[in-house]
Structure formats: structure tokens, C-alpha cells
Design a protein around this ligand. Structure first.
Ligand code: SAH
Length: 445
């Protein structure tokens, strides 16, 4: 096993929140970056406030200097590099891996590539002389590195994490010790609705009883009135997964809502939701463009999460069929169809490959397949069924260009599907993760 895989395997154990992008998860949810203090003269700083200056957008120069936890975290591989340079590297990487498969468009970057993460995680620990600390796991270990603020994460979320830590101290709540199982507070997970500003705080505890729970909730909400819900998740297992199975709502509805592509989406703690809402709208816009919808199509939204892609295009198609493995996400997807008054979308909880085979056996006519698998990519089972269903267009969204290349290679060998358009979208600035969207159609002949 090579070194990288070893680190990946080891660290991937500490995740466990629904997140298809384990690598990003490792590098960003655990990867917190502190920008160095701005050392430029005040006169220069003032200029930065002018909107439309060229230091916004992909060409601007960013000098974040060295992050104090950069080496320990490993999240922001590109910190200290201008955003334009980051995009160039990503473009080159994708071209190298996928250029042979189809026409490559220019990467879609962000206008303001910082603090984009709407899902933020911190782990708690106890340090002699310091008391309770919150932060990240040092890369490849279970040692906690204290962190206050991160270049990638939503600022409000980082402030809330600080408040949870301080309140834990004043309420005499002990940090959970992974080795002994002693203590209570293990992790906190924050989710922020980019458009709605709704905030969910998930307190992950080693046992179900939070002493003075009402006062704790009251105190936290008083410090941050923008919190709309607080969930207590119980994880009493000797595991590195963040979330346990059981949870109950301490305050609010138990989920947040966000607005994306004009639709409202309910998001529960265990459901996947794209971490960068600004870029997600661009990604889904591209997906709709590639799908060329006329209103007559039956479309499949495979690996659909909470139904975002299918529901975003539901008004432009005859029927949406969504499939997703995670039960909580499917529940959210069904609720999301209802919230938005969408009646032409059905969601199924199943393995996407198995579901596609069953669908192919029913001889259902499918015109477009959106597929958005996890980092590991799709499966041969899924792709064989896809070929049997024979949709006119396949829109493949991928957070791992290596598995995308593998899958495009498989389809090229086994079928007439060929990539005709490929666009990288930068969903994860400052990290080396790359999102790519690809349109496949059947080659004639
Ligand atoms: N399209 C959604 C979700 C993409 S993330 C969005 O844009 O938000 C990938 C999703 O695939 C996750 O929700 C994950 O739970 C789901 N998944 C992982 N393995 C799966 C499988 N074998 N079958 C179906 N869904 C799966």
C-alpha cells in the first residue's frame, strides 16, 4: 500500500458524516487554515474594498502566507498560491486525465474563493494547562490540533465552535477521551444554509445525557441567535466515525433549509449536501445545459442525495426518478419534492447499480441520466445497466477525475457512449480536489 493510500485509509476512518468526498472531508472538515495576519500597509488594505478590482476573481493575487496548522492539517495544499495559479493547476490535471476523452472547457472558478464551506466539523480534546480544546486531527493521527479559524470555513460556524468550547468549559462538560471512553463532548458539526442563514449545530456526545441541557442550549442560542436548530447526536462507540446512529432534537426543527437554484431544500445532519453552495449553482446550471431538456424527458437522478439535481430540473422534464442509498437523504428528498410542490419526482432508497438493473428489466424509457457518485466513482454494474437503458444523454458529475477517467474508459470500451463536453468546476478552492462535469452521448454508427 502506498503512502498516500495509507494516510487516506487511516484518516477516512475519522469521518462518518455523509460526505461523498472523503478526501475533501479529510482535508477540509479537518483541515483548518489560519490566514496570516495582513501585513500590508493600511493604504493598500483600503484599496481592496473597492468592488470589481482585479484582485477579485480567478486572477487576483492572494497571499495568505503560511497557515500555522497547514503542515499538521494538510487541507489547503494550495495556500500561498494565487487563485489563478490554483485554477491553472486543476485545469492541467483534468486535461491530463480526461483530455483524451472529449473536448475540455475552461475551469469555472469562484469570485471569492474563501470561507465557502457551509459544513464545518471540529473535534474536542483536553490539553493540560489549556483545558478543553477544539480543532482538527493532525493529518494521519488522532492528535487534536487547536484551531480558531479557517480560511475555507464559514466564519460564523467557526465562531459557534469557539462558543461551544467555552460554554463546555463553564458548564464543566468534559471532552471525550477516545482512548478511555471517559468524558462527554466528542465533536461538533455545524451546517449553515448559504441563502437562508439557517444554522444547525450537531453536538456529538459520548452518552445521551447532556447535564443542564436546557441552560446550555439557552446560553448557546443567546450568544448566537442565528442558530435555528440544535441536535444531540450520540456516538458511544469506540469508533472514529463522527456521527452515531441515535440523535434527538434539542432545539428547533432538527434540520435546516437552504435555497438552491430557486428551490428550497431541507437538509438533515446525516444527509449529503454540497459544501460550496455558490459553485453548486454553477455546477447544476451546467448539468441542466448539458441535459438539453425540452419538458418531455424522463430523467434519472442517480446518487441523488437530498434530490437537489432532480428537483432543480423537475420543471423542465416529464418525470424525475431519484435513487440514493442513504435513508436520511431519501427522506429529505421526498420532503423536498413536497416543500417545492413538485409532483413529477419519485425517490427510491437503493444501491444505484442494483436499482438501475431493476429499472432496465422493466423496460422503462429513460432519456437522460444524471449520475453523481462518491469519490470511488460508479460501478460496472451501474454502467452496464446504463447501457441497457440507453438514454440519449448522460451527465456525469464527479469529485474525483481519476475514477471519472476509469469510468469513461469502461464506457468507451463497452458501449458507444463518448464524452463530448467536459468542464471542471472549482468546488474546493485551496485544496487539490477537483469537481468535473461531463456530457456523454452515443456515438453514431
Ligand atoms: N447529487 C447529490 C449527492 C451527491 S454525493 C448532490 O449533488 O447533492 C453522492 C451521493 O451518493 C451521497 O448522497 C451518497 O449517500 C450516495 N451514495 C453513495 N453510494 C451509493 C450507492 N451505492 N447507491 C446510491 N447512492 C449512493
Amino acid at each position: 500500500m502506498d503512502k498516500d493510500r495509507k494516510v487516506y485509509k487511516k484518516v477516512s476512518r475519522v469521518t462518518g458524516v455523509a460526505d461523498r468526498d472523503r478526501k475533501t472531508h479529510r482535508k477540509t472538515e479537518q483541515g483548518k487554515i489560519l490566514p496570516e495576519r495582513d501585513k500590508r500597509p493600511d493604504s493598500d488594505k483600503k484599496k481592496d474594498k473597492t468592488p470589481g478590482r482585479k484582485d477579485y476573481g480567478p486572477d487576483r493575487k492572494t497571499d495568505y502566507g503560511r497557515c500555522p496548522v497547514m503542515k499538521k492539517c494538510g487541507g489547503c495544499r494550495y495556500v500561498g498560491m494565487s487563485y489563478g495559479e490554483q485554477l491553472k493547476i486543476k485545469q492541467k490535471t483534468v486535461e491530463k486525465l480526461l483530455g483524451g476523452y472529449g473536448k475540455m472547457d475552461k475551469i469555472i472558478g469562484m469570485e471569492q474563493p474563501e470561507h465557502y464551506r457551509n459544513k464545518v466539523h471540529a473535534v474536542f480534546d483536553f490539553q493540560k494547562g489549556r483545558g478543553i480544546i477544539s480543532g482538527i486531527y493532525k493529518e494521519g493521527t488522532h492528535d487534536v490540533v487547536p484551531v480558531e479559524e479557517c480560511l475555507l470555513e464559514d466564519r460564523k460556524a467557526d465562531q459557534i465552535i469557539g462558543s461551544v468550547r467555552e460554554l463546555a468549559g463553564s458548564f464543566k462538560i468534559k471532552a471525550y477521551d477516545e482512548d478511555t471512553g471517559y468524558g462527554l463532548l466528542r465533536h461538533v458539526l455545524i451546517r449553515v444554509g448559504h441563502a437562508t442563514g439557517q444554522i444547525m449545530v450537531v453536538l456529538v456526545l459520548g452518552s445521551p445525557i447532556l447535564p443542564s441541557k436546557n441552560n446550555f442550549v439557552k446560553a448557546l442560542c443567546k450568544l448566537h441567535p442565528e442558530i435555528t436548530t440544535i441536535v444531540l447526536n450520540v456516538n458511544n462507540k469506540k469508533t472514529s466515525m463522527v456521527l452515531g446512529d441515535k440523535e434527538h432534537v434539542l432545539y428547533g426543527k432538527g434540520y435546516i433549509e437552504d435555497v438552491l437554484c430557486g428551490r428550497t431544500f431541507r437538509i438533515s445532519s446525516k444527509s449529503f449536501y454540497q459544501v460550496n453552495a455558490v459553485q453548486t449553482e454553477k455546477l447544476y446550471g451546467k448539468a441542466a445545459e448539458y441535459a438539453c431538456l425540452t419538458g418531455k424527458e424522463t430523467v434519472i437522478d442517480a446518487y441523488c442525495g437530498i434530490g437537489t439535481i432532480g428537483l432543480a430540473v423537475a420543471g423542465h422534464v416529464k418525470k424525475v426518478i431519484g435513487v440514493e442509498l442513504n435513508q436520511s437523504a431519501v427522506r429529505d428528498a421526498v420532503a423536498n419534492a413536497k416543500i417545492n410542490g413538485i409532483k413529477n419526482a419519485d425517490f427510491y432508497q437503493n444501491d444505484a447499480g442494483r436499482f438501475m438493473i431493476q429499472l432496465a428489466e422493466t423496460k422503462e424509457t429513460v432519456d437522460v441520466v444524471f449520475m453523481d457518485p462518491p469519490r470511488s466513482g460508479s460501478t460496472e454494474e451501474f454502467m452496464d445497466a446504463l447501457v441497457m437503458l440507453a438514454p440519449d444523454r448522460v451527465v456525469y458529475i464527479s469529485c474525483n477525475p481519476e475514477t471519472l477517467a476509469r469510468d469513461l474508459g469502461y464506457l468507451a470500451k463497452k458501449s458507444r457512449y463518448r464524452a463530448v463536453r467536459i468542464t471542471p468546476v472549482d468546488m474546493f478552492p485551496f485544496t487539490d480536489n477537483i469537481e468535473t462535469i461531463c456530457l456523454l452521448t452515443k456515438e453514431k454508427g
